[in-house]
Design a protein around this ligand. Structure first.
Ligand SMILES: C[S@@+](CC[C@H](N)C(=O)[O-])C[C@H]1O[C@@H](n2cnc3c(N)ncnc32)[C@H](O)[C@@H]1O
Length: 316
């Protein structure tokens, strides 16, 4: 156990890890090669596990467009990065008015090329630069795990402030248990420190904690882990040896870009099929705390997924 185990989550900050987010994020997610990437996607890539974050986002947006009968919804992505998700939205929902905000000006330059109607550079922990009740739909992807615990509630309050009454939010969030409280943030060999440096994940928490945080501000209409546990994409299966040595050795014998794509397509379809069936059977909130008596199969599938998706609604 490290010396600082009496820390609270609110003391887990970038400064504790000697990181300055403004410097760290300026170039970290600025990918100029993603401009136009949405146009190159095929049925194969769209079926993969990785893409299905986007597919769930788009399905949620599609139901908003259909239910409101308004194709020109005003949509905001907070922490938009280089805008790959926005590019997909503009490709499939060209009439949506798409706004983006990110603290990295390099990312914002690329997001504009990816079709955002308006994109601004801003550290949103200081507040969102928009008026009350401005957006029909707000989404984040891979964003909340980058926000310090002490800032999360105020951030969600800001999302609520700028969402129209009856408006929706969709959030793809890094989830799981990371032992921040028992790490040594100054030791370059510490696994949590390495993890935080790798992507900037300073504030990852479980799906139950995420839902608890959003609940005072929004009705959480849907919440589920994704991917469900055994069905990671094939690169993660191989890297983590998740399906065991025997599987990895066998797969290595046929490992080519095309077989990887084929494997991801199959895993993606199975993943989506099982997630949709679980949601049908258990309701829209796949939370361990709400599923009743423990069931070993369901528990195995729902724990430690690494990512979760929630859909929220602001009351009228
Ligand atoms: C992992 S990237 C995700 C980008 C994009 N949503 C995507 O999925 O492609 C996280 C983004 O959050 C942004 N970010 C982190 N903290 C922020 C803050 N306080 N204000 C604005 N943007 C922030 C980073 O600059 C980075 O672009």
């Amino acid at each position: 156990m490290a010396e600082n185990s009496d820390r609270s989550k609110n003391e887990i900050t970038y400064a504790l890890f000697d990181m300055d987010p403004a410097v760290y994020y300026q170039e970290r997610f600025a990918y100029s090669n993603v401009v136009g990437v949405a146009a190159q996607e095929s049925r194969v890539t769209r079926g993969s596990v990785a893409y299905q974050k986007a597919s769930n986002l788009m399905d949620t947006l599609r139901s908003r467009v259909n239910e409101t009968g308004n194709p020109a919804l005003k949509v905001l992505e907070v922490g938009c990065g280089s805008g790959t998700f926005g590019a997909r939205i503009k490709r499939f929902f060209p009439d949506v008015r798409l706004y983006g905000v990110d603290m990295s000006s390099s990312c914002i330059d690329i997001a504009r090329q990816n079709g955002f109607d308006e994109a601004v550079t801003c550290d949103v922990v200081q507040g969102l630069p928009y008026a009350d009740d401005e957006f029909d739909f707000i989404y984040t992807m891979d964003y909340f795990g980058h926000i310090e615990f002490r800032s999360k509630d105020a951030m969600i309050g800001e999302l609520q402030r700028v969402t129209k009454p009856g408006g929706y939010g969709f959030h793809g969030i890094e989830s799981g248990f990371v032992d921040y409280l028992n790490c040594n943030p100054k030791d370059p060999e510490d696994v949590v420190r390495k993890y935080v440096y790798m992507e900037g994940h300073i504030g990852v928490e479980t799906l139950e904690d995420i839902v608890r945080r959003f609940s005072p501000f929004f009705e959480v209409v849907k919440a589920f882990p994704f991917p469900i546990r055994p069905l990671l994409n094939i690169s993660n299966v191989m890297t983590s040896r998740f399906w065991g040595e025997e599987f990895c050795s066998a797969f290595a014998e046929i490992d080519t870009p095309r077989t990887r794509a084929a494997a991801d397509l199959v895993i993606g379809w199975v993943n989506r099929y099982l997630t949709d069936r679980l949601l049908e059977v258990y309701g829209d909130r796949l939370l361990r705390s709400e599923l009743g008596p423990s069931n070993p199969l369901i528990d195995t599938m729902l724990t430690g997924s690494g990512f979760a998706m929630i859909t929220v609604r602001k009351s009228l």
